[in-house]
Design a protein around this ligand. Structure first.
Ligand code: NDP
Length: 405
């Protein structure tokens, strides 16, 4: 019987997920795209009809409200809900999936609008309810989290008996021509990069001031780039699931202009997430800033250059020290030509589609809430190769490094 797929969120990532599901509609069947603003869904559906020849249904929904979501899911009779709205909606969408008995997938962990915590506690806390409803919840099926977790699981399965250290390396060398803009939702992006840095070593989390640790890594097809240590949510689940791990860190590249703007905005209080009063009106500085910044979905036609995201892992196999580097390079302009989106939305949306595809095809099965590295990485790695995100692996000398500072 033909499947029914519900995508929630018609932003930059939602656009890519909708395109890619339509391009794989033998798996996804009838596709509905729902979001807060119906016109955004309609615009995406129109482009997909023109470029792919597949018709999508569109609906408006306020995903903060469980009853509205339940009505929508029942109306669509969805087999899976792909949540690519904002992290604030994760719990309401999960709860609606529990009530309706429908599988769930997302790309970012839940966040409360008033506190930036980046933790899985509330979502993992729903494990028993997912089991009770006989459904599967797949968390973090984007690129990072997502593909980076799958790269770790693949390295663990094929190259190591134990992985001792992992550095997740995220480089976006794209240029959109604006002095300052974010490549995905500005609020979520700025919360992430302005937070304290954190990494895990010998069983404990070590906190650093924001951007306090800088290293220069050499990214294939891009070259050496300043890379800053950040906390990133996939580390919380990877420390549980990777055997023998002693240290895990996450580095992201930033250019001088981005950092100068960030510093200045921080200094004047524009990154605040607490309400303030301005001429009798209550505003949240970060939300106001997000309104002023370019919509990430509008960066597509302007962005040139490449992204390179991967994992650099060291460990042992049959008593010998080993090092591998698994990475994926994406060209922003190629993404735009294919699905009218820049590379950051593309590299998030394609893995979301792949995770959903593996669930619908029964290749990944389970009852409860799971992080992506808990499943067999092989079918996901195969899909990446054919769905637009081909990856490469470098087997290095045990003591070889990609750092150049
Ligand atoms: P956008 O801001 O472009 O899009 C979010 C969409 O969600 C908007 O269309 C918005 O609707 C909709 N939305 C927001 N609130 C509601 C609501 N209450 N009800 C219904 N719809 C709502 O964000 P992105 O597409 O850039 O990001 C989407 C998700 O992907 C985020 O969770 C982000 O954290 C995640 N992400 C994950 C990455 C990864 O590698 N794992 C990387 C990049 C992003 P409207 O436009 O009407 O406001």
């Amino acid at each position: 019987m033909s499947k029914k797929t519900l995508i929630i969120g018609a932003g930059g990532v939602g656009n890519v997920v909708a395109f890619k599901c339509a391009m794989n509609n033998n798996t996804f069947g009838e596709i509905t795209l729902a979001s807060r603003t119906l016109s955004k869904c309609e615009a995406i559906a129109k482009h997909i009809k023109e470029k792919v020849g597949v018709k999508l249904h569109t609906m408006a929904v306020n995903a903060d409200l469980v009853p509205e979501l339940v009505t929508l899911i029942e109306k669509v009779q969805a087999d899976i809900v792909i949540n690519v709205a904002l992290p604030y909606q994760d719990l309401t969408i999960m709860d609606a999936c529990i009530q309706t008995g429908v599988n769930y997938l997302d790309t970012a962990n839940y966040e409360h609008p008033d506190t930036a915590k980046f933790e899985y506690k509330d979502q993992w806390g729903r494990n028993a309810l997912f089991k009770g409803s006989n459904i599967m919840g797949l968390l973090g099926s984007g690129f990072d989290p997502g593909v980076t977790n799958v790269f770790c699981a693949y390295a663990q399965k094929h190259y190591f008996d134990e992985i001792h250290s992992i550095d997740i390396l995220d480089c976006n060398a794209g240029d959109h021509g604006y002095p300052f803009a974010t490549n995905f939702n500005p609020e979520i992006n700025l919360r992430e990069v302005s937070a304290k840095g954190r990494y895990w070593e010998d069983g404990t989390w070590i906190e650093t001031e924001p951007m306090a640790i800088k290293q220069v890594w050499d990214y294939p097809e891009i070259g050496p780039k300043d890379s800053y240590l950040l906390y990133h949510e996939e580390m919380e689940s990877l420390v549980k699931h990777i055997k023998g791990l002693k240290r895990i860190r996450f580095f992201m590249t930033f250019g001088e202009s981005y950092l100068t703007h960030m510093q200045c905005l921080e200094n004047v209080g524009m990154l605040g997430i607490k309400e303030i009063e301005h001429k009798g009106i209550k505003i949240i500085p970060m939300e106001f800033l997000a309104t002023l910044l370019p919509d990430p979905a509008s960066l597509g036609p302007r962005t040139k250059g490449k992204t390179n995201i991967g994992i650099f892992a060291k460990g042992i196999k049959e008593g010998k020290e080993k090092t591998v580097y698994i990475y994926q390079v994406t060209d922003h302009e190629k993404c735009y030509a294919e699905v009218l989106s820049q590379g950051v939305s593309y590299t998030t949306g394609v893995p979301a589609m792949i995770g959903a595809k593996l669930i619908l095809e029964g290749k990944w099965q389970g009852k409860g809430v799971f992080n992506i590295e808990e499943f067999d990485p092989d079918p996901f790695m195969d899909e990446l190769m054919v769905q637009g995100l081909p990856w490469k692996i470098m087997k290095l000398e045990a003591n070889e490094n990609r750092r150049v500072d």
